[in-house]
Ligand binder design. Sequence first.
Ligand code: GDP
Ligand code: MN
Length: 397
Amino acid sequence: MNLHEYQGKEMLASFGVAIQRGIVAKTAEEAVRAAKELTETTGTGWHVVKAQIHAGGRGKGGGVKLAKNLEELQTIAGEIIGMQLITPQTPPEGKKVNQVLIAEDVYYPGDSEPSEFYMSVLLNRATGKNMIMYSTEGGMDIEAVAEATPHLIFTEEVDPALGLLPFQARKIAFNLGLSGNAFKEMTKFVSSLYKAYIGSDASLFEINPLLKTSDDKIIAVDAKVTLDDNGLFRHKDLAALRDLSEENPVEVEAREVGLNYVDLDGNVGCMVNGAGLAMATMDLIKQAGGDPANFLDVGGTADAARVETAFRLILQDPKVKAILVNIFGGIVRCDRVAQGIVDAYKNMGDAIKVPIIVRLQGTNADLAKELIDSSGLNVRSATAFQEAADKVQEAIG
Ligand code: GDP
Ligand code: MN
């Protein structure tokens, strides 16, 4: 689950991470009030207006703007709220901005040497350890830095049993070229950031830019936070921050009915029981020359109601040219599933316009095949993996 920048910063601050302070606003009037309130606490009259959407690159897309006074701030906030913001990370049509973060300007006017660093915390799947990735080349596209100057990106792995050790935080501050007070501030920043990562069960933090001001403050100016969904039950307060308007509506619907569905870009929908078989089925579709339109694990009970829900979810995607059902009847009997498919199909009338290929293996697979073949519906049965792949290929042409 992703957080908005303002939510991520609030969470980080609760762990003692130094952040650019700000207040979220839903209207231009609220934005003005937020700016006044901020001026009272920070003393600065300049504010930055930042669109809150679940995508980066907002600066490039015109979603981050500086206001010199309250009139300007009101105008800018009015323009950004409600706009369709297009950035390199949004879908081509962009994302609607429903709220802005009014933040203190931490780039002091006249500050000749603000340094923008990059810092992220994530899991290195190869070593099974969390790592802190950081660079002196912050503020810009880190992918471009990685491409052109990979030696400017450092990593520090953390032993899960020991946690982040003080010498590691010092090494990071040193590699970032800091000394004196800024060095101390950076070690504090790094250790509280790592504490927040563990404490919130996060799977990704990305702070870009991480700013060093001329008076040696180290401040998170941006915060991309992804939390591990499997850890959310331990964080009711964070789970409540989910913004459904930012998520894929089909995935939201699937979650509500307890189905494990992930939307993908391909043309073959699939319905499978078990995550492992679902992954293998996606490979099978690729092998057949197609591309999976989704990942869907229907779980152990593939009855008519559940099959129908799954079909409806898959068919919401207009790119789907065929559906592959791949079920192993271990606990559930294949003939039950087959009956479920036939019933769901009949129930849905003419909602199903694409061919369905069904591979049922396991208990009563023969009976299931008979049921499908004699149904008279546009459903083709297959028993072997290869046979299913061939039929998918035939269906998509
Ligand atoms: P992103 O483009 O979605 O990654 O959004 P960021 O939060 O990183 O903001 C984009 C850019 O806006 C940053 O790289 C900064 O250069 C700039 N920016 C952010 N906050 C301030 C600020 O307080 N003052 C000034 N002058 N620029 C800022
Ligand atoms: Mn950024």
